[in-house]
Write a protein that binds this ligand. Sequence first.
Ligand SMILES: Cc1cc2nc3c(=O)[nH]c(=O)nc-3n(C[C@H](O)[C@H](O)[C@H](O)COP(=O)(O)OP(=O)(O)OC[C@H]3O[C@@H](n4cnc5c(N)ncnc54)[C@H](O)[C@@H]3O)c2cc1C
Length: 468
Amino acid sequence: MDTSPAALDVLVVGAGVSGLATAFGLVRRGLQVEVIDAGRAPGGVIGTVKRDGALYETGPNSALDTTPLIGELIAAAGIAAERLPASEIANTRFVVRDGRPIALPMSPGAFLATPLFSGLAKARLALEPLVRRQPAGEEEVIAHFVRRRLGREFLDYAIEPFVAGIYAGDPDRLSVPAAFPKLHALEQRYGSLILGAILGARERRKRAETAKNTAKSFSFRGGMQTLTDALARGVQRVTLGARAVSLARLPDGSFAVTFDQGGTSFTRHARAVVLAVPAAEAARLAYPLAPDATRALQEIEYPPVTVVATAYRREDVTHALGGFGFLAPRVEGRAVLGTLFSSSMFEGRAPDGQVLLTNFVGGRRNPELASADDATLAVKVAAEHRALLGARAPALWNAIVRWPRAIPQYELGHLGRIAKVAEAEKAVPGLRFCANYRGGVSVGDCIANAHATAESLGAWLRAPVTAP
Ligand SMILES: Cc1cc2nc3c(=O)[nH]c(=O)nc-3n(C[C@H](O)[C@H](O)[C@H](O)COP(=O)(O)OP(=O)(O)OC[C@H]3O[C@@H](n4cnc5c(N)ncnc54)[C@H](O)[C@@H]3O)c2cc1C
């Protein structure tokens, strides 16, 4: 039991990619850091499982290389050689329309020819630059934004399925400035998404950033867990199986966090604490120190998502599987939100002669189905494979991973909630909140936010200590 005051510079609660990347950045700055997590392994929702010669992911299958910070972190963690780019084939993405997967058009010519959008919907795009911008400061949901600027069909067959693919979310609830800050900025700045896309690309080139629609997907030879395992090795002090139950601030301004590890309790002291846990847990821990932030964090909802990894013999699936996978729009009424062609994206995901598909079920759209029993899920997913991919024999196996609270929803009012969290950080120096409910849900966003947290906390810890 550690009772010494401020034995650590920083205690990070939560060993998902947000917590691990923050801790890794702080260790690189020469600080004494420990990460403690309730789970049995580091990584949070990131996890890679080997089964019967295949390799499937419990959470993210890939990350997008949107900022140089990702490559820098991977190099510093010593796993640059393990990195695996997605195959060229993965540039093709399908969206289901009228019961069949149709490739998303990637060029103006393909756009004009695609049956994914009607002639009327395509013509409607020409009006986009003429649509008036939303007054600054007025928060709008993405469904309204897209209907207003691009028309109903783009909402149904382009944006809604992507919103389901990224957030497992509902476009009638997600806030444009919170969940899609770049779209919001394009409209505010250029008055048009089309003009903004053209002019914005120039500016991104200057900043060495890549837009999410052109950034390259990657994973690692051994799967996404390679990243979190390497970060955990770099941090060294990672304690698992211990759940934080309370957080207190001591008279000298440092913190005491008490954990429960299999019925035994222990306390760690640190000059600073990073809460890198989901919003509800952060709310519970922060309550005594930041009641306003607690209320805001409690409002952030996480719908369930269930992952179904499925292996087939190659000859039992008629579809060529030449792509990243397909997304199923809500209006198509399918049981899955989408399916990744995992073995087409990355080599080594299925043994020779087999294919691996990763299916996502549930989300805001269909939360009940996420909690269906294993047999029901297998039947529903198999029916989609028969209908959409021409599967003509049963799967070799299904593996089911359940996330009852999968992804935070950046819904209307989200930026106000995050402002309360930022106020708490100002009011309680040394307390930081860093997890995927803030600054973006993607692995790349988590890495960028962790980098910023490590940088600012590192600077603060190096600053002369003043009594509270
Ligand atoms: C099914 C799924 C698929 C996804 N696919 C993609 C994708 O393809 N690409 C992409 O970029 N992103 C994807 N994402 C999003 C991305 O993976 C996550 O947003 C990101 O990994 C979250 O990291 P985190 O560290 O913020 O949170 P988490 O990974 O949730 O980590 C939080 C950690 O806190 C711990 N914890 C909770 N409470 C306590 C407590 N009281 N005490 C101690 N520890 C505690 C948990 O055990 C957990 O390890 C996906 C997410 C899911 C769920």
